[in-house]
Design a protein around this ligand. Structure first.
Ligand code: DLL
Length: 433
């Protein structure tokens, strides 16, 4: 039987949810108008006052907020409460430009941790469970968010943080961890290491994994589920909005329920900004409706996604988002063709490889070069050149039919591509250097 952490909110009838969203949206708009001068200026520039926003149908009138706004307003420009009311910051792993710093009041943290608790309960977690949190702790939101959620559910929490892989496995077995939280790429690595240590699914006490923070394919899910003998649940979120738990998967594993009592989701055309109807793919935009310290209206995530309101067998009524294919800024344009790393991953896993690969893009003589280095698994490893070349050719063909362009594939020996303990880095784009 499906269990919920907050059934009255997670299964709220749609009509009631709309009423709740209308009321919270109006309050949130009033809050930014009164307390965030940066946002008030943006609204004034559009000739808007809080009276113009009476319900969620008026949402489209509000201006978008982008990562550039966050950088421009760094560090305090979007703060919605006096610093003395804030109790925490978290920050993005941002590789380019200034980091984003998000602020939290105690209430913001409580609501965020409740969202994570919903995800843990949806994955079958109860106060009988032992939950090992192997996301990084610190500025990254993964560790602190799931740690807080695990406490709220009453699980025994093991705060290992990421890294020290053999110790992770020791704790999983010695302390009988039943739920594992980490990035999917780290889960794959833990699974690989367990296999090397001679452990099969029956030797591992885990029953569920809550994996997110990066794009991962269905094929990778099945691989991890098989290796560890668990059910693997996706979880999504971003620092700007709180962290993990903006949305999470239920037992149906068909998209992630967005916590609509806190966040309103829209899908827009990334080029025109036009709101797209349900079911169309576009950029995910979120409006927080009950945040205190760091309220964000119509924040453009750059994540490419699809929403559905189809009824979910789990009984939750919140809208679902499909697995994001990756960020629009992860999308490579190679010889004019759009390529997502997740598409390459699908081809590799369908051919029996693990998700250990690197994509190297460069430009020579005004033409893009496109190389994919793929690790052979120990089982398929061979140094027979004609076998290797046949295997490479198969991947070149399958990648061409998936992507529509030719990649040069190089198979490399097992364990030669660096493993990730957090978000995996799959792409080296030398054209930008
Ligand atoms: O990654 C928060 C998080 C921690 C989510 C732990 C889930 C688990 P950021 O570092 O700010 O926050 O990165 C946010 O990561 O815009 C997406 O592009 C990507 N992302 C997060 N979850 C998923 C997911 C955390 N399940 C950015 N699938 C987001 C695909 C994801 N991409």
């Amino acid at each position: 039987m499906e269990r919920y952490y907050q059934p009255e909110l997670e299964c709220m009838p749609r009509e009631e949810m709309i009423q709740l969203q209308n009321q919270r949206l109006k309050q949130q708009v009033r809050h930014v108008w009164e307390d965030v001068p940066y946002y008030r200026k943006k609204m004034e520039a559009r000739g808007l006052t809080p009276e113009d926003i009476q319900s969620i149908d008026d949402l489209h009138k509000l201006p978008f907020l982008s990562k550039d706004d966050l950088r421009e307003a760094y560090p305090y420009g979007l703060l919605g409460r006096p610093l003395k009311d804030c109790v925490r910051i978290q920050s993005t792993s941002g590789t380019t430009g200034k980091r984003v710093v998000a602020f939290y009041t105690q209430k913001d943290i409580d609501l965020w941790e409740e969202c994570c608790a919903r995800a843990i309960v949806a994955a079958g977690g109860t106060d009988e469970d032992v939950c090992q949190v192997s996301y990084g702790y610190g500025l990254f939101t993964g560790g602190p968010g799931l740690n807080g959620g695990s406490h709220k559910v009453g699980c025994l929490t093991i705060p290992t943080s990421s890294g020290n892989t053999d110790r992770q496995i020791m704790f999983i077995t010695d302390l009988q961890a039943t739920i594992l939280c980490c990035t999917p790429s780290y889960a794959a690595y833990l699974g690989e290491r367990m296999k090397e240590m001679g452990m099969g699914p029956d030797d591992i006490p885990l029953k569920a994994g809550i994996f997110g923070a990066e794009a991962w394919s269905e094929e990778m899910r099945r691989d991890i589920e098989k290796t560890m003998g668990i059910k693997a649940y996706d979880i999504y979120g971003l620092t700007e909005l709180s962290g993990p738990g903006v949305s999470f998967e239920c037992s149906a594993q068909q998209g992630m329920h967005i916590n609509e009592d806190h966040f309103i989701a829209e899908i827009i055309d990334p080029d025109t900004g036009e709101v797209l109807p349900e079911g169309e793919q576009g950029e995910l935009v979120f409006t927080s409706i009950d945040k205190e310290a760091f309220p964000l209206l119509r924040y453009r995530t750059r994540d490419i996604c699809v929403l559905t309101r189809e009824k979910c067998p789990c009984g939750r009524t919140h809208v679902r988002m499909r697995k994001p294919r990756g960020r629009s800024d992860d999308m490579l344009i190679i010889r004019g063709v759009n390529v997502f790393p997740s598409q390459i991953e699908t081809v590799l896993l369908n051919n029996g490889y693990a998700a250990n690969y690197q994509i190297i893009v460069d430009r020579k003589d005004n033409t893009d070069t496109f190389d994919v280095h793929v690790e052979m698994t120990p089982e398929m490893f061979t140094d027979n050149l004609s076998e290797v070349s046949a295997m490479q050719k198969k991947l070149v063909d399958d990648l061409r039919s998936m992507l529509g362009i030719k990649a040069a594939v190089t198979l490399v020996a097992p364990k030669t591509i660096a493993r990730s303990e957090g978000k995996a880095v799959r792409v080296v784009d030398r054209r930008k250097l």
